[in-house]
Design a protein around this ligand. Sequence first.
Ligand SMILES: NC(=O)c1ccc[n+]([C@@H]2O[C@H](COP(=O)([O-])OP(=O)(O)OC[C@H]3O[C@@H](n4cnc5c(N)ncnc54)[C@H](OP(=O)(O)O)[C@@H]3O)[C@@H](O)[C@H]2O)c1
Length: 362
Amino acid sequence: MPQLTELWVDRTDIRTTKIVNSTIPDLTDGEVLVTIDKFGLTANNVSYAVSGDFIGYWKYYPADDNWGKVPVWGCANVVESKCADIPVGDRLWGFFPMANSTVLRPGKVTDKNFIDDTDHRKELPALYNAYSRTKAEPEVLQTMENERCLLFPLFATSYVLYDYLLDNNFFGADQILIGSASSKTGFGLAHLLQQDKNVSAKVVGITSKGNTDFVKRLNCCDDIVVYGDEDSIDRNVPAAYIDMSGDVRLTKALHMLLEDNLVESAMVGASHWEDGGKAGVLPGAKPKFFFAPGQIAKRDQEWGPGVMWQKAMMASAGIAQAVKDEMTVDWTTNVDDLATLWIQLLDNQIPASRGLMVSLVH
Ligand SMILES: NC(=O)c1ccc[n+]([C@@H]2O[C@H](COP(=O)([O-])OP(=O)(O)OC[C@H]3O[C@@H](n4cnc5c(N)ncnc54)[C@H](OP(=O)(O)O)[C@@H]3O)[C@@H](O)[C@H]2O)c1
């Protein structure tokens, strides 16, 4: 008898996990059962957990008491269906729990995708409720499933950030400072800026000593600065800071160094999830949260619905192709090892060059 296996995380202490085995629930009318045969794991998933209460990521797949299910980007097969519009055998890409299976309730079904219409998800951002039906997609995307799980959700954000900078004439900056430059979101942005012959701004990647060689090998930054050496950045050149680290020390150091020459300060991520905090009043542009759906909505108005997302997917495929020789893909295939991996991710023990894929389906 197949079992449902999930990894739950304590919402009050994300280092505590528990493996939960249970029977697969019977479907009710309108539902489908899917087996999640692959998903990616990155610092982004840690951020989902850290901001789970604040932004609502725990609400996608609720668990009991103080427990939560961290969402991940993965691929799944429909193995049982009580939904007339979604047949057994359909292949999906979207937001899943860290598990071997789950139940979805497809709504607004088109050839290309559907929205999960489960009651508790109705109020949540649509981006994460949409499931692509990948058999209807271009073949090139179908051959890039691992990249889609591991890289595309991050590179899509890199593309939105790149577009945001272009759209705002770089806020007048002549250098773009990227915090946590070895992160996929970070080096994806660096890559897009450097590939664009019309971009004259210098790309400065800021990273840890241990990840410097990786960023060098990617060859997407004009300069690489190690944490603590920020004084080597030219304070006389107007700069935009795009921060994937969330490290308050770094934010303060850059604002104090560049003062009014820091013309944009965008808080995108918190890969240094234990080093956050209030920065207080700082010289230069006021740090503000970067809201990717805001820029996407703007472009949907200007370019037509879905055009930006399409461009982001194509850009993601390009970056994935460009970096493939510098990254390994390591598979974890049982839930005990996944629990260990989760802790390693929290403790920054995963080198930037190591891509983590998981499959709990055997
Ligand atoms: N706002 C949005 O829409 C949005 C969208 C996508 C991603 N993001 C955010 O961007 C950040 C990066 O995500 P990603 O998935 O691209 O990351 P990733 O590829 O997994 O990043 C790995 C890098 O993050 C740093 N890092 C990871 N864990 C760490 C830890 N425990 N302590 C200190 N540093 C650690 C290290 O870089 P360094 O040594 O270079 O610091 C590491 O090489 C996340 O916070 C994510 O949530 C935000």
